[in-house]
Write a protein that binds this ligand. Sequence first.
Ligand code: CA
Length: 334
Amino acid sequence: MKNRSGTQILLAVLGGFAVACASLPFAVHAANPIITDVFTADPAPLVVGDTVYLYAGQDEAPDDRHPHYVLNRWVCFSTKDMKNWKFEGSPLKPTDFAWSSGEAWASQVIERNGKFYFYAALQHAALRSKAIGVAVSDSPTGPFVDARGSALIENDMTTATRIRYDDIDPTVWIEDNGQAWLFWGNQKCYYAKLKANMTELDGEIHVIPDAQVPNYTEAPWIHKHGKLYYLSYATGFPETISYSTATSLTGPWTPRGLLSEGAFNSNTIHQGIITFKGVDYFFYHTGGMQHNSKLGPGSSHRRATCIDYLHYNSDGTLRRVIHISEGVDGSGRK
Ligand code: CA
């Protein structure tokens, strides 16, 4: 038997320690922010089978003092475990719409009959105002192409405010009976039916009364839990997230109060809500990218996607979302 040197013994001990560490049941979390390779604003998640797709605008403001939004494209990521995210590239950019001059603002994607519809807020070149377009693809990762050749929602179609950016932040929902709805708006929350083709409005545009969505700013997101519909939205400025509930998408909506405090180091917060493998998630952005990230520090114009758990009370109301740096591990437990 050969004698072992001190170094060999030390290596053997360290090797055993490494094996022991690897077998310990450490939870793997996708720490917040979940993506640090690019800035990601206005996260919109979509569940397709065993995969979650995340769509976001890519913030490209050159430094944390830059005072304006710079968003030239949307980006897509996917995960099967809520911990490991894969970059899927850019599925769409505003200038893929021939009538747009740019600005990849908040958007949402939904699936219908094997096709994917991308409802996008962007700048209308000729009208010099925000508008909503719809693009379509056979794949959730795109490429998406303009489904109409014109805006679905233009500024003069909604007149409850006089601003030129009230037609932003689309959220889309398809009811069990197949009826699709689009909600959107800044300062006012608008909604309308969509035709089964998903690319045309079906009937007139309505406005939710202010008293049913108190202190509404923007960023509506529709979801359903049990028989109850939830309309969460950004309130005030700097923004927090509140929500209202209803038994019908046409209301009336009952205000339920604050769902989330504002985002760290960002004057906006934009939420997306999904249920995946039986666990409820709350996506949002903050300005919390750290100074030591390769991108440098975050800001209101350099935002980063975070995820925390969403919890329901037994009466259907929502518990306040707690923003934690550890993020989620897919278990649903804090
Ligand atoms: Ca308008």
